[in-house]
Write a protein that binds this ligand. Structure first.
Ligand SMILES: [Zn+2]
Length: 610
């Protein structure tokens, strides 16, 4: 941190807000799946009470204590939330005959438990609508815990912003394996819980580990100002694409004077680029849509709520909250651009970047999930890319080769470890981590180097205000000490893969083609997707898999893929795909040749060592 942090501990309003409207908790605060495995354990965070221990940043400790509050809460008359039963919140809006569910969490089991808690205290009402605020899995994955496909087929609407489906399935397809492995570091899923380990991820505590489902939306919101009345509840929508998610929307309940801001105004500085890796988001659009929300809805809401954290009550406070969130993203964007145009690089901007005093004093503008440091670098990356323009840095050796040379120049691994220990003792943890990284990459078996790097990373974690930084540092320390923990949770579920459009399915296959192994293949295959009413002709040549829709032509094999077989085939499992109804007509060897050159992602690639 370049400056002493401002921690406004005298402002305790969040504690009142996080407890306001409390009705009841789920007891015990544990959710299990059908075979009894624990997929969510909020009680494991019960240590988050009292003053922060010296192994947790006091601001993160405070945030985690707030996020760990679990139960059913009243937002306003007729609107309820269950918080603390997953990374995200689920909201319930009571209609004339039943209840509309907003954002049914990540896991079917957690969503069912949340609905059960709601029913227990508000009466068993049928679900008369579902709304997905945006395309991230923590906002749709539990949908089959609150409603069935049959109920949707019978007419219960599932409402989502335009572009939802494509965005929901694509993010987890293209870079899925790498993101999932890195997400293990970011969310700290394998860290034990406790003051020396996982305390929370800033946005919520962590991700649940149950069954991820998806029901395709039946009603798209396509324009700002669009209105819908569902079960007697009137809603006015604002589209906010290209913000926190590619497809996202805000909406007002005029009859309840309540505004849902999806995930664009929460009690943290969010991510312009998450540590798990993603396409860089657009802070300029983000700020612009928050401005528009204030203009459209500002005078009409007495409470603003989101699908993470707690609501903010009072017209003035709600406006101030959304306004400061807008200022936060706009300031990050505009000032990064100003400094970038002065010639500073991302790391240099991050080092000197300071938020205005009013934002430093607003707890919700603090970086518990995103950080000023990594967001500023992301904005530089969005506009100018990885290269900082200095040709001495245009063609460096990759990490391992560079590490060997650094360590040799600095007098060998033992000497570097001794010097790093002195830096560590002087408190320069960042430098100690930087040079010990070279030791571990030059000589992965150097035990003193590994042990000291683990200790340094652990101390960096203990000092981090940001939950995802803490998780990353502590996960790196854990792997240095006890080895690669792989990928704790994979995002692609059968339900999600089954709704892949054929084009996305082909894209998923194309990026698995091992180019050099496929250089000599020349294959032409016809494809029939009866559930999509679509046919394709694909070719594989020069290691490139290409597809054209509705094109006949010479093929040696035609493959018919009913929807249930898509998921298995997308992962290269022909046996499972055949069991799910896939049929072949023609030269079956062609598909074997094709599948033979597919290389799926490696769920256990190394991160903290070569
Ligand atoms: Zn979310």
């Amino acid at each position: 941190m370049p400056h002493d942090p401002v921690y406004p501990f005298d402002d305790e309003r969040d504690f009142a807000d996080a407890e306001r409207g409390f009705i009841a908790a789920l007891t015990p605060g544990v959710v299990r799946n059908a075979v009894g495995q624990v997929i969510w354990d909020n009680d494991s965070y019960s240590f988050l009470a009292g003053d922060a221990p010296d192994t947790v940043d006091p601001s993160l400790w405070r945030q985690s204590a707030l996020c760990a509050k679990q139960g059913l809460f009243e937002v306003t008359e007729g609107i309820y939330q269950v918080r603390g039963l997953d990374l995200s919140n689920v909201s319930f809006v009571e209609g004339d005959t039943g209840v509309i569910v907003i954002d049914p969490l990540i896991s079917v089991e957690c969503a069912a438990a949340a609905l059960g808690l709601y029913w227990k205290h508000r009466g068993t009402r049928p679900v008369t609508g579902v709304i997905y605020t945006h395309s991230h899995a923590d906002h749709f994955g539990g949908v089959k815990g609150v409603i069935s496909q049959a109920e949707v087929d019978a007419g219960v609407p599932v409402i989502a912003p335009e572009g939802f489906l494509e965005a929901a399935v694509s993010e987890n397809v293209y870079a899925g394996p790498a993101m999932a492995r890195r997400a293990g570091y970011m969310y700290g899923a394998v860290l034990p819980r406790g003051p020396r380990a996982g305390v929370g991820a800033g946005l919520g505590q962590t991700t649940s580990l149950g069954t991820v489902s998806l029901i395709v939306p039946t009603m798209d919101i396509t324009a700002t100002g669009q209105e819908l009345t569902v079960d007697g509840v009137r809603m006015v929508f604002q589209l906010a694409p290209g913000t926190e998610a590619p497809a996202e929307m805000h909406f007002l309940f005029p009859g309840r004077r309540a505004l849902c801001m999806a995930e664009n105004a929460t009690h943290t500085l969010h991510n312009i680029l998450t540590l798990r890796g993603a396409v860089v988001r657009d802070p300029h659009s983000w700020a612009r849509y928050l401005t528009e929300a204030i203009e459209l809805f500002g005078g009409q809401a007495d409470v603003v709520f989101a699908s993470h954290h707690w609501p903010t009550w009072g017209r003035e406070r709600a406006l101030e909250f959304v306004g400061l969130q807008r200022d936060l993203y706009a300031y990050l964007h505009d000032q990064t651009m100003r400094m970038l145009n002065q010639g500073y690089t991302g790391a240099e901007i991050a080092e000197q970047f300071e938020l205005p005093p009013a934002l430093q004093r607003a707890w919700h503008a603090h970086g518990y999930y995103g950080s000023v440091s990594h967001n500023v670098k992301a904005i530089y990356q969005r506009y100018l890319g990885w290269y900082d323009g200095n040709p001495a840095r245009l063609w460096p050796h990759p990490p391992r080769e560079a590490a060997k040379r650094y360590v040799a120049f600095m007098g060998g691994a033992d000497a570097v470890v001794d010097k790093a220990r002195a830096s560590y003792q002087e408190g320069d943890l960042r430098w100690a981590a930087q040079v010990l990284d070279h030791v571990v990459f030059a000589e992965p078996g150097h035990q003193a180097g590994r042990a000291l790097l683990a200790e340094v990373l652990e101390q960096l974690g203990f000092g981090a205000e940001n939950g995802t930084w803490r998780n990353a540092f502590l996960s790196g320390a854990l792997e240095l000490r006890s080895g690669n923990f792989g990928t704790p949770a994979t995002p692609g579920s059968a339900d999600v893969l089954a709704v892949l459009p054929p084009e996305l399915f082909f894209d998923a296959l194309a990026i698995q083609v091992n180019g050099p192994a496929a250089w000599d293949l020349d294959l032409a295959i016809g494809w029939v997707f009866p559930d999509h009413g679509a046919t394709f002709r694909t070719t594989l040549r020069n290691g490139v898999f290409s597809y054209v829709r509705d094109r006949s032509g010479d093929v040696t094999l035609t493959i018919t893929v009913p929807r249930p077989a898509l998921g298995a085939l997308a992962t290269g499992d022909l046996g499972a795909a055949a069991a799910a109804g896939l049929t072949l007509d023609g030269d079956a060897a062609a598909v074997q040749q094709f599948l033979g050159v597919l290389q799926p992602g490696n769920p256990a690639f190394n991160i903290v060592e070569p």
